[in-house]
Design a protein around this ligand. Structure first.
Ligand code: ADP
Ligand code: MG
Length: 324
């Protein structure tokens, strides 16, 4: 079931009464229970799209609808019941406690004098539990690590109890273990709570692993949607991040330097060491082919070439360079 859709949506800005579109004619669809990662080069319009979908800025043309209803017709409150938006800007209320910040997520649901009822209190505590932050409930926000602070902001969005959560670069400023943790947490939340979670990220590697679907945005050229592996197979990544200096390597899901390869070798043997051997060979300008004149065997202990044994990649490369 799709709950949020965009119809011929154009996003962008107005300058001196002229509109400057960033992306045009986007037809996108966000489904319940899915984690979607929005990926694209800097300046392609990821933040602009999230802000437009979240109702923080107006579209240039087209519309965003939730369950068939144009969000432009929603009141502020109606929108807050549907969409929780987590932006990267740091909140200013640094001496507020974790509980107080997460409780702000209950704001749209509370009565006009803002008092919390028992249900709201329960939801705040449940949200903190989901992000594993119960033990910090009374800590001031400024005493949290970056990873904990990000989890607190996710808890606030969870407490808001909306079917849709949009996050702009929730893994920025985090170290690798925390990036992985946040991504896996969001994936788990989407599946367990049946919410639609859309996040923008630069973490191609993580997105390929955790996203149920990827929205791949190119500068001025729209968004391609699909299951990560399908986008790998059909070359979409290379098109979105086109560059002479590097290519998307479909074999390992990483970007690799585009080395000029003028010499060829054949390689076979141990799988793990093979991966690193191929990287070193590519860097040194060797392409790997089926029936090259020079054959390298990779074993668990050494590298063998023309009846000689080499104990390190350094020695192997030195020997290869003598040959060519
Ligand atoms: P991303 O998040 O993918 O890096 P953005 O959505 O921030 O990209 O920006 C997309 C484009 O819109 C960029 O060209 C940027 O310069 C422009 N832009 C962003 N914010 C504004 C703004 N407030 N006013 C005018 N142009 C903007
Ligand atoms: Mg951005």
């Amino acid at each position: 079931m799709s709950i949020l859709t965009t119809h011929q949506l154009s996003i962008g800005y107005s300058k001196n009464r002229k509109t400057v579109p960033v992306q045009t004619s986007l037809d996108l669809e966000l489904k319940a229970g899915e984690l979607v990662c929005l990926i694209g080069p800097n300046g392609s319009g990821k933040s602009t799209l999230l802000r437009t979908m979240g109702g923080l800025q107006q579209s240039i043309a087209g519309l965003v609808s939730i369950d068939g209803q144009d969000i432009a017709s929603f009141t502020h409150l109606e929108r807050a019941m549907q969409i929780a938006l987590v932006l990267t800007e740091r909140v200013e209320v640094e001496n507020a406690t974790v509980y107080q910040i997460v409780a702000l997520g209950r704001h749209p649901h509370n009565n006009w004098w803002g008092s919390m009822d028992e249900d709201s209190d329960g939801l705040v505590r449940k949200a903190l539990k989901m992000v594993h932050l119960e033990h910090k409930i009374d800590s001031p926000l400024n005493e949290l690590s970056d990873g904990e602070r990000q989890r607190a902001m996710i808890a606030k969005a969870l407490a808001q109890d909306t079917p849709i959560i949009l996050l702009d670069e929730p893994t920025a400023h985090l170290d690798l273990p925390n990036r992985v943790e946040i991504m896996l947490l969001l994936h788990k939340l989407a599946h367990e709570t049946q919410k639609s979670i859309l996040l923008s990220t630069h973490e191609l590697d993580l997105a390929l692993q955790a996203a149920d679907r990827i929205w791949l945005m190119s500068v001025d050229q729209g968004v391609v949607c699909g299951v990560p592996e399908d986008l790998v197979f059909n070359g979409s990544f290379n098109r979105a991040f086109q560059s002479k200096a590097f290519v998307f390597n479909a074999a390992n899901g990483n970007f690799s330097m585009n080395y000029p390869m003028s010499k060829s070798v054949s390689v076979f043997g141990d799988k793990t060491r093979m991966y690193w051997t191929l990287r070193a060979l590519a860097r040194a300008g060797f392409s790997v082919e089926q029936d090259a004149g020079v054959i390298i065997e990779v074993t668990e202990k050494d590298w063998r070439m023309q009846a000689e044994s080499y104990q390190s990649i350094e020695d192997l490369l030195a020997a290869l360079n003598l040959k060519y």
